[in-house]
Design a binder for this molecule. Sequence first.
Ligand code: ZN
Length: 425
Amino acid sequence: MINRLTFWLLAVFLMPAGHARADVTLIHAGELLAIPGEPPRSNQTIIIEDRRITGVQEGFAEVEGATVIDLRNSFVLPGLMDMHVHLQGQLGPNNDRDALKMSDQLMQMRSLHYAMNTLLAGFTTVRDVGSSPQEMYAMRDAINKGWVDGPRIIAAGGVGITGGHADVSGVSPDLMELFTSPNVCDGPYDCRRAARNVIKYGADLIKITSTGGVMTQRKTGTGQQMEMDELREIVRAAERMGRKVASHAHEEDGIVAALEAGVASIEHGTYTGPRAIKLFKETGAYLVPTLLAGKTVATAAVEADFLAPEVREKAIRVGNDMAGNFEKAHKAGVNVAYGTDSGISAHGTNAEEAVLMVEAGMSEMDVIISATVNAADLIDMSADIGTIEVGKFADIIAVDDSPLEDISRLLDVAFVMKGGKVYKQ
Ligand SMILES: [Zn+2]
């Protein structure tokens, strides 16, 4: 009895006090971009307890018993976020064969490997907008529980129309039948059902494809495919259950239709012209540019021989048109959230998008805002991530020198912390 009482006293009164002190971590930051959009400050201390930031102070503070991480010679900023990834795959000559040979379990292990590459590249949060949904929900939940390591995952469930960009293509009719998702729908009521269905099984948001896509192995173009009534019903069903909708779109007719229906973001947005720009600004929707995907497919179309002929033609045209139109859109003041379409490009090379955005005339600071503050806003997580401020998760990265002077420094992230845990140092 005494032993038990002693144990209880120790547990309740002693351990929490000792525990709390041992859990304090200090980051001494030579340069700190705490809030992208505001200027960086020199010689700062970030105080971290448990998983969150509890202080940001001038100078290099000391706390007895705290772990100190010395980044006095580094440039420290919030963890980057990629709003458009596909963790389940990576473009290559053996994609179709791998999909038939690998078990779902092995594929999930590979997705975890890709997720880790992404985290180690400094991307502490990603939005997956198209993988096997149950696999992605399981990875999201397992990472959040701390069972496995990886970036925070915001996982979409897809809703598409028969024969559209989100439907299966490029295999025999028997295999098409086997691989067709229950969330392929036609007409407003059926699409309403599909939207509700993906939410039922765990989607954080709904991904749709209002236009055709480059990678579809069918000659169905890149123009509008979903009808206005289908788009409206999906957005309404999503809103009623507290979910946002992201729409893949290339040609302007499909961008305009999706924005009129009320989507939160347009993915790719290749042919964003004056009509789309006007709607973007009226609605406040985000453009997720994926310039890296454009560059990757345009290069593959010329240099590799594994793209289907239907894909190659679209890849050259769309891939080469992306950056120029993006320049016009951001100069006109369209909200931009960072996204790469990694899975087309290799996972872990996500920062290459930043270089392409600067080449397309965006300032280094605006690129970093798109990958932090704006991305957090798009996924409704501004209270938890996006800046280095008291109360937020300690999602913090560091590079050797200022990316505000040379954005390519983001290609070489030297330090990664997510939720107070160090993954790379
Ligand atoms: Zn994509």
